[in-house]
Write a protein that binds this ligand. Structure first.
Ligand code: GLY
Length: 424
């Protein structure tokens, strides 16, 4: 089989590595890929949102399966376009991917079918907002309806802060059309888990979960990022067979059934972000793709061939036991450029990746290979540069493996959190 992976992050690198090791796969292409994917796939100079360029490549190279990493091409309808052209592709259609691309779509869906979620209201007209509009008190979670590159969610501690954020969304149009509607949600507190299942339009595979660390600094301080690391599976108080069954019966299966009833069947990986509150588990959001860094943690835990699983999704043959999740624990820590998630510099040489022991794997994101006369120079090209991952018998062993190796990686401004998977 020839496989095409779309995207350029560590999530796409772990997918390429996995496919490259399958005896069912003869060639892996990635568009556009990064400095790490070129070791296990052929990097293509096609952007991940260039749907016609990707289609033309897939057709002319007779690609057997295309796997979409990020949400943007899904929200642009890449799956619909590929299917209309008779090509196999892993991911939800444009209409089903609204579960991520419209927060309002997801909230209304949850309310309609009784999936537990935070109270909320929708604001479209800034002039109509007053202290009674929301129907609940602070703190408030303010969310742009549409996709905002992970920056569309903010917490407001007071009505004044909420009002100012709403002005920025609705009057100043900070996120353009993504914030024409804004969701104001009741703030929930508790531990969060990311839950994943493969869905074939009707059925859901066995599930797994991960915990990720969104804040830039140790102790969960500082600004939100795309993710600084995580571990999978979570400890038994957050993830066990009872919780898996509850999530399947009360979240995943009802959503899949409702989308099928609405004639927008969901196929692909379904990612539910949940929070464990004093009132039980509630859904914060859905995503229509693998998480990042969660993909780097959960894909190494899949014991069977991921290509078989994805083919089962595409051909609507998923069973509850289609996926065997290895019970060992993965820990991953993301190395970022100094300054991320704000301004940072790129173009620094990355040293030490060849000095790591075989207990860890490295998945690249913001890296590029620069051809010089003498050698291929690995350089930084983004904010999140790479993820160092280890899978071992328990979380402490995996964590020790990662931190023993990570400090061998060296580039100007290399920064990482020191408390990933430090459970207490
Ligand atoms: N880990 C968060 C995300 O992938 O959206």
């Amino acid at each position: 089989m020839k496989v095409l992976v779309i995207g350029n992050g560590a999530r796409e690198h772990v997918l390429c590595e996995n496919f490259n090791s399958s005896n069912k796969v003869s060639k892996v292409f990635v568009a556009p890929g990064n400095g790490g994917t070129s070791e296990c796939a052929v990097n293509l100079s096609i952007d991940s949102d260039d749907i016609s360029g990707l289609l033309s490549f897939a057709k002319s190279n007779r690609i057997d399966l295309t796997v979409v990493g990020p949400e943007i091409p899904l929200s642009l309808g890449i799956v619909d376009v590929f299917e209309e052209n008779g090509l196999n592709i892993f991911g939800p259609s444009k209409s089903a991917s609204q579960i991520e691309s419209s927060k309002l779509f997801a909230k209304n869906l949850m309310v309609e079918i009784g999936v537990p979620t935070a109270d909320f209201c929708v604001v479209e007209d800034y002039e109509q907002v007053d202290i009674d509009t929301f129907g609940f008190g602070p703190p408030y979670v303010i969310k742009a309806d549409g996709l905002a590159a992970g920056k569309g969610v903010a917490i407001a501690d007071t009505f004044a802060e909420a009002s100012s954020l709403l002005r920025s969304h609705l009057v100043d149009k900070t996120f353009g059309s993504a914030s024409e509607k804004v969701i104001v949600e009741r703030f929930l507190s508790g531990r969060e888990i990311s839950v994943f299942g493969f869905v074939d339009g009707s059925r859901v595979s066995s599930l797994t979960a991960a915990c990720d660390y969104k804040k830039i600094c140790d102790g969960n301080k500082g600004e939100n990022t795309g993710g600084m690391g995580g571990y999978s599976p979570p400890e038994a108080t957050l993830w066990n067979k009872n919780i898996e069954n509850w999530v399947r019966d009360n979240v995943m299966q009802p959503v899949v059934d409702e989308l099928r009833n609405r004639r927008m069947p969901y196929k692909g990986i379904l990612y539910a972000g949940l929070i464990k509150t004093e009132d039980g588990l509630k859904v914060l959001e859905f995503n229509c793709r693998f998480g990042d860094p969660e993909a780097q943690l959960i894909i190494p835990r899949i014991e069977n061939d991921l290509i078989d699983i994805m083919n089962d999704v595409v051909s609507e043959k998923i069973k509850t036991n289609s996926v065997n999740w290895n019970p060992e624990t993965s820990v991953g820590v993301v190395v970022v450029s100094k300054g991320y998630p704000n301004e940072y510099e790129v173009g620094y040489e990355i040293k030490g990746v060849d000095l790591l022991d075989d207990k860890v794997q490295v998945f690249h994101a913001g890296t590029t290979l620069n051809m010089t006369e003498k050698e291929n120079l690995l350089q930084t090209s983004g904010g999140r540069v790479l993820t160092v991952v280890s899978k071992d018998k328990d979380v402490n062993l995996a964590r020790d493996n990662v931190y023993r190796n990570i400090s061998r990686i060296n580039f100007n401004g290399a920064t990482f959190r020191h408390d990933i998977a430090l459970l207490n």
